[in-house]
Design a protein around this ligand. Structure first.
Ligand SMILES: NC(=O)c1ccc[n+]([C@@H]2O[C@H](COP(=O)([O-])OP(=O)(O)OC[C@H]3O[C@@H](n4cnc5c(N)ncnc54)[C@H](O)[C@@H]3O)[C@@H](O)[C@H]2O)c1
Length: 379
C-alpha cells in the first residue's frame, strides 16, 4: 500500500471524527493508499501532544504554516473553525498538498471562490466534509431519486434543530462557543446547520436558484469569553427560508438552536409524483419510503432498516440486522476520497461543489436582511 501522510489542523470534535476515520478506513475498505497520521496541529502544544498520544499522531505542530510547509505531508485536513479554513486551504494548495476541509467551505462565497481557484490552479485533490451524504440511508435516497422512483419532485423540506444556546449565559468566542462569534463562525445556524441541509438537498434534488428568508438573534448580547465583557451577538440564532429548485420543486428549510428538546434533529422529506421519502438523524439507519404504486391493500410508509449488504456501504461492515452510526459517515468519506485518488477521479463534494452551498447561504442571509426574494448567484 502507498502511504498518504496526513497533517491535520484542529483536535476538537471533528479532529476526533476525522482521526477515527483515517485510522479505521483500511480495516473495512481495502485499497491502494494507507493514511498515516503524520502530524497534528493546534495552537497549544500540550493538548496537541496529548491528542497525538491518544490517536497515534507521529508529531505535533503549533503553527499551521509550518505544517503546510513540511515536505513529509501529502494532505492537509482542516478540522478547525470556519475563520481559518480559507487561509489554510489556499496555503496548502499553493504548497501542492491535497486538501480536505470541514464545512462550511468558507466564511462567505467570495472567499470560497478564492479557495476553489487555489485548489483548481494547483490541481490538487480536494474535498469538503459534508458527511451526511454518506449516511447509507441518505445515499440510498440518492439512488432511488436518480432511478426515477419518486417521479417528478414537488417538495423538499428540511430542518436542523438544536437547543444548546437558549440560555443567555452561554458566552461567545472561545473553545466550544466560537460558533456564537460571527468573526470566527461567519454566520450562525445558516452556515453551521442549514449548510448541511442545503448540501444534501442540492445533491439529491439539484440547484436552489432563489430564496426568501428570515433570521433572528434571540439573545442580543453575550459575554465575550476572552474579555469577560458583554458585546453584541452578530450571528443568527434561527434561520428559515422558502426557495425554488431548478427542477420546479419548492424548498422549505429551517434551522435553529432554540428548539427545546432537540439536540441535533436533522430531518429531510421529499415528495414526488409517485413516492415520498423521509429521513432523520436521530434514526439515521432508517429510510422511510412510501410508494403510491404499491398494491393499495398493503400501501403505507415502509421503514427500511439499512443493514443488508446490498445497501450502500453496508457490505463493508457487520451482518444483516446490525446497524452503523455517525462515525461511519466519516469513514465512508475517506474511503471514497482514497478510491478517487487511486482511480484518478476526485470524489464529491469537491470545493467547487461545496461553494454552491455557500452561494445559497449567502443568498439566505442577504434575503433575511433585505426582506426580498433573492437569486442565488450562479455557480
Ligand atoms: N461535518 C460535520 O458534521 C461537522 C460537525 C461539527 C463541526 N464541523 C465543522 O468542523 C470545524 C471544526 O469544528 P469542531 O466542532 O471540531 O470545533 P472544536 O471547537 O471542537 O475544535 C476546533 C479545533 O480547532 C483548533 N483551532 C482553532 N483555531 C486554530 C488555529 N488558528 N490553528 C490551529 N488550530 C486551531 C482548536 O484548538 C480546536 O482543537 C468547523 O468548521 C465546523 O463547522 C463539522
Amino acid at each position: 500500500m502507498k502511504p498518504l501522510n496526513i497533517g491535520m489542523v484542529g483536535y476538537g470534535l471533528m479532529g476526533r471524527a476525522h482521526s477515527n476515520a483515517f485510522r479505521k478506513v483500511r480495516n473495512f475498505f481495502p485499497g491502494e493508499y494507507q493514511p498515516v497520521l503524520k502530524a497534528i496541529c493546534g495552537r497549544d502544544g500540550a493538548p496537541a501532544q496529548a491528542f497525538a498520544n491518544t490517536w497515534g499522531y507521529e508529531s505535533v505542530e503549533t503553527d499551521w504554516r509550518k505544517l503546510v510547509e513540511r515536505a513529509d505531508i501529502d494532505l492537509i485536513d482542516i478540522a478547525a473553525p470556519n475563520n481559518v479554513h480559507g487561509e489554510i486551504a489556499i496555503a496548502a494548495a499553493k504548497a501542492g498538498k491535497m486538501v480536505m476541509c470541514e464545512k462550511p467551505l468558507a466564511m462567505h462565497a467570495a472567499q470560497g471562490d478564492a479557495m476553489v481557484a487555489a485548489v483548481e490552479a494547483a490541481k490538487v485533490p480536494n474535498m469538503v466534509w459534508y458527511n451526511y451524504r454518506r449516511v447509507p440511508a441518505v445515499t440510498l435516497a440518492k439512488h432511488l431519486i436518480d432511478e426515477g422512483k419518486l417521479g417528478k419532485i414537488f417538495h423538499y423540506r428540511s430542518q436542523f434543530l438544536q437547543d444548546w444556546t437558549i440560555s443567555a449565559d452561554v458566552p461567545q468566542g472561545g473553545p466550544g462557543t466560537w460558533r456564537l462569534d460571527a468573526a470566527i463562525a461567519g454566520s450562525g445556524v445558516t452556515g453551521d446547520l442549514l449548510a448541511h441541509c442545503i448540501d444534501t438537498a442540492q445533491w439529491l434534488n439539484g440547484s436552489i436558484n432563489s430564496v426568501t428568508a428570515m433570521t433572528e438573534t434571540f439573545v442580543k448580547e453575550r459575554t465575550d469569553s476572552a474579555t469577560g465583557k458583554k458585546r453584541e451577538v452578530k450571528i443568527d440564532d434561527a434561520s428559515a427560508f422558502l426557495g425554488r429548485f431548478d427542477n420546479g420543486s419548492l424548498a422549505i428549510f429551517e434551522a435553529t438552536r432554540y428548539a427545546r428538546g432537540h439536540k441535533a434533529l436533522y430531518t429531510l422529506e421529499i415528495n414526488g409524483e409517485h413516492a415520498s421519502l423521509k429521513w432523520d438523524l436521530h434514526d439515521l439507519h432508517r429510510l422511510q419510503y412510501f410508494d403510491h404504486r404499491d398494491d393499495s391493500r398493503v400501501r403505507g410508509w415502509r421503514s427500511i432498516h439499512l443493514s443488508d449488504s446490498d445497501q450502500p456501504y453496508m457490505s463493508h461492515w457487520w451482518i444483516p440486522g446490525v446497524q452503523i452510526g455517525f462515525e461511519h459517515t466519516f469513514v465512508h468519506q475517506v474511503a471514497d476520497f482514497l478510491e478517487g485518488l487511486a482511480n484518478g477521479t476526485n470524489a464529491a463534494p469537491t470545493f467547487r461543489d461545496a461553494l454552491k452551498t455557500d452561494r445559497v447561504t449567502d443568498a439566505v442571509l442577504a434575503s433575511a436582511q433585505s426582506g426580498q426574494w433573492t437569486d442565488v448567484a450562479a455557480a
